[in-house]
Design a protein around this ligand. Structure first.
Ligand SMILES: Cc1cc2nc3c(=O)[nH]c(=O)nc-3n(C[C@H](O)[C@H](O)[C@H](O)COP(=O)(O)OP(=O)(O)OC[C@H]3O[C@@H](n4cnc5c(N)ncnc54)[C@H](O)[C@@H]3O)c2cc1C
Length: 407
C-alpha cells in the first residue's frame, strides 16, 4: 500500500472489538472535522477477513459470529490490509508484514489477546474456544466423536480453567455431547480449576455452582493438571479422568505485538495507555482493547480484558488519534469506565448478572439474566446491519454509555 505525498495515514492493527471501532471512530472524526479522505487514509490491518464476535466462541452455532470486515469498512471509507503484523518500529513509524514494511502517521494497536496454555505434557490434541478457528476445531472434533468407536472416554469432556469462558463452555457441553452422541449416551463434563470455581463471580458464586450441578457438570476445585494423556487427563493428585475432548480455558495474554513497543508490560502483557489511549512512553502510538491497560476510574480500577472495555477504548483511540493528527487537542475525549458489570452464560440454566468491580451485587439470574446475555451477545455488541455510514458513525461516537449498554 503506497502512501501519496501529502496524505497522512492512521493504521489500526486488529479487526476485533477495539480495532473495528477504532477505525470507525477515526473515520467518523475525519468527517466531523471536515478532513478530506484523500488527505487522511484510515487503514485496518488484520490477518482474517472477518470481525469475529469472539465472546460467542463457546456457543454451538457459530454461523452468525463472523462478519466480513469489508462490509463494515467500505461504507465508512476505511481500507483493509490483509496481513499479520510481525514487528513494529515506533522510531521509524512503520511496521512489518510478510508483504513488506508499511508506514503510519498514527498507529492504533488493537491486536487483542490469545489463550495462554499452561506448559503441561500433552499426549492428545487439545481444544479451546478462544477464537473462531478454535471453536470450529472443537465443533469438528465433537462431531467426529459420534462417528468413532464408543468407550467410557467418548462422551467425557474435561474443561481446564474455571473462569468465565470455562464455566460458559462447560455448561454448554453436556447438551452438545448429547445432541451428537444420542440422548441415551453416557455424557460427563468435568470442570477443573486450581481455585474454587465460581468464587470469582462474587455475589453470583452460588448461582454458578447451582447451575453447574443442575447441568451435570462436575466441578473439581483446587485441582491441578499433571498431564493430558492419550486417553484422558491425569490430575495432580493422581486421579485419571478418561476423556476424548480436553478444552483449555486458562486465561488470555496480550498480543506479543505489545512487546514491540519497548515499554513495560503488565502481568497480562498489556501496554499502559493514558486517558486518551496513547501508549505511555511511545510517540504517535495508541492502543486499545486486550493489549492495553487504562485507568478505568479514580479509585484505582483498571480495564479488564473484555469487550465491555475494548469497544469504548477503541472508539476513543480512533477519535483521539484524528484529533492528535489534526491539531485539535481540545476535541479529544478522555476514557473512563467507572461501572463494571459481568454477565455469564450458564447454558440451559440461564445466566448470572452481577454489577461492581468485586461483582458484589447480584442483579439477575436464571432466565432474566439470560435475556440480558442474549441481548448483549446477539445484538448490542454487533455493528449495525446493514452497516451504512450513518449507522456506523452513530455507533462509533466516542461516548461511554452506562452499563449494561456497554459490554
Ligand atoms: C469464550 C469467550 C467468552 C468471552 N466472554 C466475554 C464476555 O462475556 N464479556 C466480555 O466483555 N468479554 C468477554 N470475552 C473477552 C472478549 O472477547 C475480549 O476481551 C475481546 O475480544 C477483546 O477485543 P480486542 O479487539 O482487544 O481483541 P480481539 O477481539 O481478540 O481482536 C484482535 C484482533 O487483532 C487481530 N490480530 C491479532 N494479531 C494480529 C497481528 N499480528 N497482526 C494484525 N492483526 C492481528 C485479530 O485477527 C483480531 O482481528 C470473552 C472471550 C472469550 C474467548
Amino acid at each position: 500500500m503506497t502512501q501519496n505525498a501529502g496524505t497522512q495515514r492512521i493504521v489500526v492493527i486488529g479487526g476485533g472489538f477495539a480495532g473495528l471501532w477504532a477505525a470507525a471512530a477515526a473515520a467518523r472524526a475525519r468527517e466531523l472535522f471536515g478532513i478530506d479522505p484523500g488527505a487522511l487514509e484510515i487503514a485496518l490491518v488484520a490477518p482474517e477477513a472477518f470481525h469475529t464476535i469472539r465472546v460467542r466462541c463457546y456457543e454451538d452455532n457459530l454461523a452468525a459470529i463472523r462478519l466480513p470486515l469489508d462490509d463494515l469498512l467500505a461504507p465508512i471509507g476505511a481500507t483493509r490490509i490483509a496481513a499479520a503484523v510481525t514487528a513494529i518500529d515506533p522510531a521509524a513509524r512503520s511496521f512489518a508484514t510478510a508483504a513488506g514494511p508499511l508506514a503510519y502517521d498514527r498507529l492504533i494497536l488493537a491486536a487483542g489477546s490469545a489463550l495462554r496454555v499452561p506448559d503441561i505434557p500433552r499426549a492428545q490434541p487439545t481444544f479451546d474456544v478462544d477464537s473462531y478457528a478454535g471453536a470450529e476445531r472443537l465443533a469438528a472434533h465433537l462431531a467426529s466423536l459420534a462417528a468413532g468407536p464408543r468407550d467410557a472416554a467418548t462422551g467425557t469432556a474435561v474443561v481446564i480453567g474455571g473462569g468465565l469462558a470455562g464455566v460458559e463452555i462447560a455448561c454448554e457441553l453436556p447438551g452438545r455431547l448429547r445432541a451428537l452422541l444420542g440422548e441415551g449416551a453416557p455424557v460427563r463434563v468435568v470442570l477443573v480449576d486450581r481455585h474454587e470455581i465460581g468464587a470469582a463471580m462474587g455475589a453470583g458464586a452460588a448461582t454458578v455452582r447451582t447451575a453447574l450441578a443442575a447441568s451435570g457438570v462436575e466441578a473439581r476445585d483446587h485441582a491441578g493438571i499433571a498431564a493430558v494423556e492419550a486417553d484422558g487427563v491425569r490430575l495432580a493428585d493422581g486421579t485419571s479422568i478418561p476423556a476424548r475432548a480436553v478444552v483449555f480455558t486458562t486465561g488470555a495474554h496480550a498480543s506479543p505485538l505489545a512487546g514491540q513497543l519497548g515499554v513495560p508490560l503488565d502481568r497480562l502483557g498489556r501496554v499502559a495507555v493514558d486517558a486518551f489511549l496513547k501508549v505511555e512512553g511511545v510517540t504517535d502510538v495508541y492502543a486499545a482493547g486486550d493489549c492495553a491497560v487504562a485507568a478505568a476510574d479514580a479509585l484505582g480500577h483498571v480495564t479488564v480484558m473484555s469487550c465491555q472495555h475494548a469497544r469504548p477504548m477503541g472508539r476513543l483511540a480512533g477519535h483521539n488519534a484524528v484529533c492528535d493528527l489534526a491539531g485539535r487537542p481540545q476535541d479529544r475525549v478522555a476514557f473512563s469506565a467507572p461501572d463494571y458489570v459481568t454477565v455469564m452464560d450458564l447454558g440451559p440454566e440461564g445466566a448470572v448478572y452481577t454489577s461492581g468491580w468485586d461483582r458484589g451485587t447480584l442483579v439477575a439470574s436464571g432466565a432474566a439474566a439470560k435475556t440480558v446475555k442474549q441481548t448483549i451477545n446477539c445484538s448490542r455488541i454487533y455493528p449495525p446491519l446493514p452497516a451504512t455510514k450513518e449507522a456506523m458513525f452513530a455507533a462509533a461516537a466516542p461516548v461511554i454509555q452506562a452499563p449494561p449498554a456497554t459490554k
